[in-house]
Design a binder for this molecule. Structure first.
Ligand code: AMP
Length: 375
């Protein structure tokens, strides 16, 4: 296919912060951006040329949206498969709908990874309360019960420590098809964000180290403080995933590093990822510009990292005592503030992030935490 050149319009399904940062990258390169979601005055809509307000199930609206742009991409993976199919009738959709279909459902994703021979956390499918007890007997406890679909940021998950937790866990997953995963006593968590172009070109940002709190990413450090050989293994796995899924776009692989130094894939996200936000400030080409280049059929940019970086997420919780002190936070000169334009700061909601750049990751982390504490 011919490349989609600057000046063309790109459609983004979804309207959160990932779409916003994508739209900023796209507009900087002279593209127009249309976004569609059920919401109004959204993080993406605020910086897009056109914000369309329609449910994802309104397939007529989806077709009209796709017909007005040169390529459609998405910013979150829970777009229904029928929506991607409707868009595909009128414009190329990248990454393709089948990738969404695989990655938006934990069982399909894990089955794909198993078939690809890649290392994943031991799991069992669970479809009933009795099935949960059976799965727990096979896997051992503790374990985590997760809904098979539409789960993110630790939502729809329940830790199971003993048989007494079965009923509460089953209630949390809304008594639907779910997955029981062995609890991994990990040494740390890392991710690899990578991009694949329409001609098969592949780039990656190396390994990123992630710390979560209550199932939500809190801090990312780049580069991760792990051995080079582990980075190489993680990148190899990411490359296999992007190639086997024939991704055109960006994909993130999240891993657990076990205490004996093995990698286990936790999950995939077929889009730019929170752990890659530092690339906006620290790299020659950010994850969002790589997504843009990939979906437009342009050559990928250099992923070279120009400075060590630490990113700290800003959740709605920090508004609990009123507006955070932005003046104090921005007084740390090597810290960059990103806010997503969300109107309501609810607890656990991702409102923005800060990125600190410094000669070492440890210094970047200290500076990011200093800025965060000043909030
Ligand atoms: P998820 O939404 O599945 O990525 O889970 C969010 C976070 O919860 C992960 O990044 C881990 O910190 C923790 N977590 C999820 N699954 C497991 C597991 N099987 N073992 C240990 N920790 C987990």
């Amino acid at each position: 296919m011919k490349p989609v050149l600057p000046g063309s319009a790109i459609g983004v399904l979804g309207s959160g912060q990932l779409g916003r940062m994508f739209a900023i990258a796209a507009r900087r390169m002279g593209y127009r951006v249309h976004t569609l979601s059920p919401d109004e005055d959204t993080p993406t809509g605020q910086v897009a040329d056109l914000e369309i307000n329609a449910p994802y199930e309104d397939l007529d609206a989806i077709e009209k949206f796709a017909a007005a742009v040169s390529v459609v991409t998405f910013e979150f993976e829970n777009v229904p498969a029928a929506t991607a199919a409707a868009a595909e009738k009128c414009a190329p959709v990248r990454p393709a709908g089948h990738i969404l279909h695989t990655t938006q459902h934990r069982l399909r994703e894990k089955t794909f990874l198993l078939n690809a021979g890649l290392p994943i956390t031991p799991f069992r499918r669970v479809a009933s309360l009795a099935g949960l007890s059976q799965a727990a007997a096979e896997l051992g406890l503790p374990a985590i019960l997760k809904t098979a679909d539409f789960g993110y940021d630790g939502k729809g998950q329940h830790r199971v420590a003993s048989a007494e937790d079965f009923q509460a866990a089953w209630n949390t997953v809304a008594q639907s098809e779910s997955v029981l995963e062995a609890f991994v006593d990990f040494e740390r968590e890392i991710s690899v964000v990578a991009a694949r172009g329409s001609n098969g070109e592949f780039i990656h940002f190396g390994a990123i180290e992630n710390q979560h709190s209550n199932g939500i990413l809190r801090v990312s450090l780049a580069p991760a403080r792990v051995e080079d050989s582990l980075v190489a293994q993680a990148v190899d796995i990411a490359r296999t995933v992007l190639e086997k899924l024939e991704v055109v776009g960006v994909l993130c692989v999240e891993f657990f590093v076990t205490r004996d130094g093995r990698l286990l894939i936790n999950e995939l996200a077929p889009r730019p990822h929170n752990s890659g936000h530092y690339t906006v400030d620290a790299n020659v080409t950010s994850q969002f510009e790589q997504q843009l280049r990939a979906v437009c059929g342009l050559p990928l940019g250099s992923p070279k990292q120009l400075s060590a970086a630490a990113m700290v997420n800003l959740l709605g919780d920090i508004w609990s005592k009123g507006e955070p002190n932005w003046t104090a936070a921005t007084a740390v000169p090597n810290v960059k503030l990103h806010l997503y334009g969300k109107l309501e700061p609810r607890p656990g909601r991702k409102m923005g992030h800060i990125t600190a750049l410094a000669p070492t990751v440890d210094q970047a982390l200290a500076d990011a935490e200093q800025s965060f504490l000043a909030l």
